[in-house]
Design a protein. Structure first.
Length: 328
């Protein structure tokens, strides 16, 4: 952990023999207080940063609008947390599963009087981003997620284009999971009815970034995105009843196969879990699945959602399909 910020005062917390951690940072270093235990105690403008807790693996950021907190996971391990300020009334920050579309250390809003947005990480082409800004202790932005300046710089340096960002009003945590059936390497996982259905595949599109897959049970269609560009689509059928999105993140690929994390909601009686017989309920073209499996890499996300496949508006359940650069 490099720093823990309190009310504008940076408390040194470098993990080294020459400069031992102290206070809260020291508790994290000793393992006395895990990151998730610290999150509720953070005051406005505070953050905790401990990347050495998990040095390798894909990253995932989860933003909770109800608690005004952001938690950064790496390889499923929480390594950082911060207070935030999200959209105020009338400018609600949209909920859903997003990917980082663009990054800029120095950026200015095209919509709001050239307002500075340092360490900008764009989540939608319609103006929602993570960036440094004022944190008054309550939602106050025009929809973006404001971060403490120092934390925004640390986060900017730790993320990559295509990284998944979940924005929700419920508690979310990743857990080890079998692969989603849409990306399972086992050819027996797919029922027969759509096995030979036509599909679209254009692997030459995009710039070779992290792949995101979204399957809509409302539209009965799945699309594959890379660098904000659609590179594939296929019909899908989910026979169960899905109340909320199910999101999976590929954490590693090795001789033992693919290793996945699944995001779970908690609170309000809600769950991200799909039906227990998900394998039987899912149906999609066999060759499409094989093509998809071949281009997945650590950090790839697969989302199954009851929402339609369209760019959402504030308050929508999912906003991940963003292809037009009308950026602010």
């Amino acid at each position: 952990m490099k720093a823990f910020k309190m009310s504008g005062l940076a408390l040194a917390a470098a993990f080294s023999v020459a400069c031992p951690a102290s206070g809260l940072a020291q508790q994290v270093a000793r393992g006395d207080r895990p990151i998730l235990g610290i999150v509720p105690t953070l005051k406005t403008g505070e953050f905790v940063w401990a990347p050495e807790l998990s040095a390798d693996g894909p990253s995932l950021a989860i933003v909770n609008l109800a608690t005004q907190r952001l938690i950064l996971f790496r390889n499923g391990v929480p390594i950082a947390a911060s207070t935030i300020s999200s959209g105020k009334d009338g400018y609600d920050t949209p909920t859903g599963v997003f990917t980082i579309l663009q990054k800029a250390k120095e950026h200015y809003s095209r919509t709001y009087d050239n307002a500075p947005m340092p360490n900008m990480q764009r989540l939608t082409w319609k103006g929602i981003a993570l960036h440094a800004g004022n944190l008054p202790g309550y939602p106050a932005s025009h929809g973006c997620i404001r971060l403490p300046p120092k934390f925004s710089a640390l986060l900017f340096g730790a993320t990559n284009l295509g990284m998944t960002v979940v924005i929700t009003r419920l508690s979310v945590a990743p857990d080890i999971s079998p692969p989603p059936k849409l990306a399972a390497s086992d050819a027996q996982a797919v029922p027969a009815s759509l096995a030979n259905a036509p599909y679209q595949w254009h692997a030459d599109r995009g710039k070779g970034g992290i792949v995101s897959v979204v399957a809509s049970t409302a539209d009965q269609r799945a699309i594959v995105m890379r660098d904000g560009v659609e590179i594939g689509s296929a019909p899908v059928r989910y026979k169960g009843k899905l109340a909320m999105p199910v999101a999976y993140v590929l954490r590693a690929r090795d001789s033992g196969g693919d290793h996945w994390l699944k995001l779970h909601y908690a609170g309000s009686g809600a769950s991200m879990d799909a039906a227990a017989d998900e394998a039987k309920n899912f149906d999609f073209p066999t060759v499409f699945r094989q093509q998809l499996v071949n281009i997945l890499s650590p950090g790839s996300v697969v989302i199954v959602t009851p929402e339609p496949l369209k760019a959402g508006s504030p308050g929508s359940g999912l906003t991940v399909i963003e292809t037009d650069e009308g950026a602010r």
